[in-house]
Design a protein around this ligand. Structure first.
Ligand code: SAM
Ligand code: SF4
Length: 472
């Protein structure tokens, strides 16, 4: 059984089903949209934009696929198994279509963008294929489908940020929410399909981000996560050019919304994370002490052919800066890829020694999966046998388990400020929330409720969870 921190994003999120929003629950007579999201947090955030666009078109969301008029899968293309998961799901829709032939089925997101109209040929059950920058066109595409045609829009934009669209919060706990601050990616890591499926990097108007954070706070939310593929390269300028905001500046603006609103962000790129960002984190108590800093490998030659544009020493320098400015308590998590093209055993061991150096709190770890059309697929041979990739991956996962446990043990005996997200999954007598470092903390309920901050003395832990008692 895998523990939480070593589940892949797909494992964690792919089977999450949306829940009805209260104001839509009684939307009798309205047409119904069922939307399922796969992959990264950005896709989950995009689904909320899609729900908002479709609401304008007269659709209410439903958690029951059987009552849906429109079924949308918001897909991921990052690894082959992410695409297989979607194809398996689509294969189950044949019987749905047979029972309810009017049900319309759309594929959104990165897989739609990668495969384009080919997806319509390969998956006959699909009516509509829509890329990540074409969601405003959904109502028109739907009209086409309603006349019996198939519809495709996979146009990638250099400007689209959906800044003016107020997301409909799906599957929400009412306490934590995502805010997308930028789209696309310009980095061209050689293994990665994202620059091809999500297009060029663009940053959203800083004031629309702050406004969204203010609105969420007014609605009772107490934590926002600012999302982008590389948040440290966030860059926005006002139209007249008099004001320029970088990521540190944006973080500060959102932190100032309220000291009661926690701010998190993801993902940081090691080549771009600045000391200015670290000092901003230090300056504001409500900016959480946690950084997701994907390494991908601990070996400089492998990093070079991955085109990560930093080497092992640079990465270590950034970790040292985090420890110097934010201290040993700052949570750090990683992404690692095992078995990238030409990786030797010795180079794999460099990944393990980097992990020993950093002592990450969590990790998201993957075996290399070649993606068609990427620079790595064009330039290199995917030459590490699957069993070797798997063994290296297992070594990385086992080491991470050990480090997660060690890091969690360091939390024992200390009081942590926990934002309550809801009832514990294992016991109705317990609540669960997260501490500053993004660790899940479980404690007895007493009279505390969702959305409250509670000081909890941690008394025990597993590799995945801290357990404690509220300080009354
Ligand atoms: N933008 C983020 C960054 O630079 O780290 C991450 C984006 S990607 C959605 C999430 C993770 O998937 C990457 O950090 C990488 O570890 C993994 N990944 C991407 N392409 C992959 C591939 N072809 N095979 C295996 N893992 C991959
Ligand atoms: Fe992919 Fe690299 Fe961009 Fe991350 S930074 S999305 S890994 S190309």
């Amino acid at each position: 059984m895998k523990t939480l921190e070593i589940l892949t994003p797909e494992d964690k999120q792919g089977i999450d089903l949306p829940r009805l929003l209260e104001d839509e629950q009684n939307a009798l007579g309205k047409k119904k949209l069922y939307i399922e999201s796969y992959g990264c947090q950005m896709n989950f955030s995009d689904s909320e934009i899609v729900a908002s666009i479709m609401r304008e078109k007269g659709f209410a969301t439903t958690s029951s696929i059987n009552e849906a008029d429109l079924v949308l899968l918001n897909t991921c293309a990052i690894r082959d198994n992410a695409e297989q998961k979607v194809r398996n799901r689509l294969s189950t829709f044949t019987s749905l279509k047979r029972r309810k032939p009017d049900t319309m089925i759309g594929v959104l997101g990165c897989m739609a963008e990668r495969l384009k109209a080919k997806l319509l040929e390969e998956e006959k059950v699909v009516d509509m294929v829509v890329g990540p920058d074409a969601y405003r066109d959904l109502p028109r595409l739907l009209d086409e489908v309603e006349t019996g045609q198939k519809a495709v829009n996979v146009f990638l934009s250099k400007e689209e940020t959906y800044a003016d669209i107020a997301p409909v919060r799906l599957n929400s706990n009412g306490v934590t929410a995502f805010i997308s601050i930028m789209r696309g990616c310009d980095n061209m890591c050689s293994f990665c399909v994202v620059p091809f499926t999500r297009g060029r990097e663009r940053s959203r108007d800083a004031y629309s981000v702050v406004q969204e954070a203010q609105d969420l706070f007014a609605q009772g939310y107490r934590e926002v996560t600012l999302l982008g593929q590389n948040v440290d390269s966030y860059k926005w300028a006002s139209e007249d050019g008099t004001e320029q905001v970088n990521f540190a500046g944006l973080l500060e603006k959102v932190a100032l919304v309220s000291p009661e609103l926690r701010v998190r962000f993801s993902t940081s790129h090691p080549k771009d994370i600045t000391d200015e960002v670290l000092y901003t984190m230090k300056k504001y108590d409500n900016v959480c002490n946690y950084i997701h800093l994907p390494a991908q490998s601990g070996n400089s030659r492998v990093l070079k052919i991955m085109n990560r544009t930093y080497d092992r020493e640079w990465y270590i320098n950034r970790v040292d800066a985090i420890r110097r400015i934010l201290g040993n308590d700052c949570g750090i998590s990683q992404d690692m890829i095992a078995g990238f093209c030409t990786e030797t055993e010795e180079e794999h061991r460099d990944t393990l020694t980097l992990m020993d150096y950093v002592k990450y709190d969590y990790g998201y770890m993957f075996a290399y999966s070649e993606r068609p059309g990427t620079p790595a697929a064009k330039k290199f041979v995917d030459d590490i046998p699957e069993d070797v990739k798997k063994r290296r991956l297992n070594e990385i996962i086992a080491l991470q388990q050990q480090h997660s446990l060690e890091r969690n043990q360091q939390a024992i005996g200390k009081v942590h400020k926990v934002l309550v997200e809801g009832t514990s999954k294992r016991s109705t007598e317990h609540l669960q929330g997260r501490n500053d470092q993004n660790k899940v903390v479980v404690f007895p309920k007493h009279n505390f409720t969702k959305g409250q901050y509670v000081n909890v003395l941690v008394t025990d832990c597993t590799a995945a969870t801290l357990l404690g008692e509220p300080v009354l």
